[in-house]
Design a protein around this ligand. Structure first.
Ligand code: ADP
Ligand code: MG
Length: 274
């Protein structure tokens, strides 16, 4: 890795979009699984009180004794909060509904925007040897999402290929600019990925065209097709890469991982900074 700001540590990516249902959790789980399949050691941070990433990676409620809430607000041994998943090389800090009160509990903390940043940089983290940390953000631009953006090197934005997809993006970009001013001036945009893409649908094509016209190279070449196997996988508590390894969805997430790994071989100057 050539990013001078992280000589040896993991690349930390926040998966964010304040709209719900656009594919944040699906992308977190399956991109993480695809990176893990490529031999990267990957940690998912479930930062959504709904805990969908935890469920989708097979972590039952009874295994969530210590969660993102404790990671943020308590002095906890990372060995207790980082759980192994069924997928080799893939770990998770799970979430429960407890996290919904974190927004308030965070407010009274003077380091409120930096809690995740600090938690991910404690020295005990080094012993896990992670290459990538993916943060599954809640559908909001609240203090939890700000923690993700302050703690991350970049933001990856899933964009659902449907009407109004680009609406709200300006608000997201504004938040990113504010975060750059208020504590993380190096925050980059990793890219925008079109999700639930349907090649036969004119609307999908229109959204793709709009996104590429407006955002240029920030849009990943890889698009994630709408694929029923992708939506079925979470109810079997596994990534689509394990549930149906040859499905279109699994192949697309492998392709996205390849594109992301390739982008991260570039020198910092070559990575677009918008
Ligand atoms: P978010 O985390 O942004 O709220 P999710 O990842 O939970 O969004 O996705 C919303 C819904 O869309 C879920 O039911 C999910 O299974 C489904 N979904 C996501 N991506 C795809 C896809 N590529 N094909 C089919 N269904 C998908
Ligand atoms: Mg989600």
């Amino acid at each position: 890795m050539s990013d001078l700001s992280r000589p040896s540590g993991p690349k930390i990516i926040a998966i964010a979009n304040q709209k719900g249902g656009v594919g944040k959790t699906t992308t977190t789980i399956n991109l993480a699984a695809a990176l893990a399949e490529r031999g990267q050691r990957v940690l998912v941070i479930d930062l959504d009180p709904q805990g969908n990433a935890s469920t989708g990676l097979g972590i039952g409620l009874d295994s969530r004794e210590f969660t993102t809430y404790e990671l943020l607000l308590e002095d906890i041994d990372l060995n207790d909060v980082i759980l192994k998943t069924e997928t080799e090389n893939l770990y998770i800090v799970p979430a429960t509904v407890d996290l919904s009160s974190a927004d308030l509990d965070l407010l009274s903390n003077e380091k409120r925007s930096f809690l995740l940043h600090d938690a991910l940089r404690q020295t005990q983290m080094d012993s896990f040897g992670f290459n990538y940390i993916l943060i599954d953000c809640p559908p909001s631009l609240n203090l939890l999402t700000v923690n993700a953006m302050i703690g991350a090197h970049s933001v990856l934005v899933p964009l659902q290929s449907e009407f109004f997809a680009l609406e709200g993006l300006s608000q997201l970009m504004l938040t990113i600019r504010e975060v750059r001013q208020s504590g993380n001036k190096e925050l980059r945009i990793e890219g925008v990925v079109l999700t639930m893409y349907d090649r036969r649908n004119n609307l999908s094509q229109q959204v793709e065209q709009d996104a590429r016209d407006n955002l240029g190279d920030l849009v990943f070449k890889t698009m994630i097709p709408r694929n029923v196997r992708v939506s079925e996988a979470p109810s079997f508590a596994m990534p689509v890469l394990a549930y149906d390894t040859q499905s279109k969805g699994a192949k697309a997430y492998r392709e996205l991982a390849t594109e992301l790994l390739k982008n991260n071989e570039l020198t910092p100057q070559e990575v677009q900074h918008v």
